[in-house]
Unconditional design. Structure first.
Length: 94
């Protein structure tokens, strides 16, 4: 299994679209920054045929250190969740 990186995506943009490497990287950074900015505001980001990124609030809870068994409070926090679209699910399960 291979992990694709930001540099890999920029390289694919360079090869497929014909933009310069620098422009490809800048466009990718702009898209990712815009997604991150909207998620930070608490908005959902839906990419058609790909999926939806949403921000959820998690309540505080008591956790336990598995090694020592000592209880500790886990603070409330916001987490990002991703739900793939039906098209994405079908393409993965082919």
């Amino acid at each position: 299994m291979k992990t694709i990186t930001r540099a890999d995506i920029a390289e694919i943009l360079y090869q497929e679209v014909g933009l310069s490497r620098k422009d490809s990287g800048e466009i990718l950074d702009m898209v990712l920054d815009e997604i991150a900015s909207e998620l930070a505001k608490g908005n959902s980001v839906k990419l058609s045929s790909f999926g939806t990124f949403t921000v959820r609030n998690k309540n505080p809870r008591i956790g336990r250190n598995p090694k020592t068994g000592v209880e500790a409070e886990i603070c409330s926090r916001r987490v990002i969740s991703f739900k793939p679209s039906q098209t994405m699910r079908q393409s993965i399960n082919k």
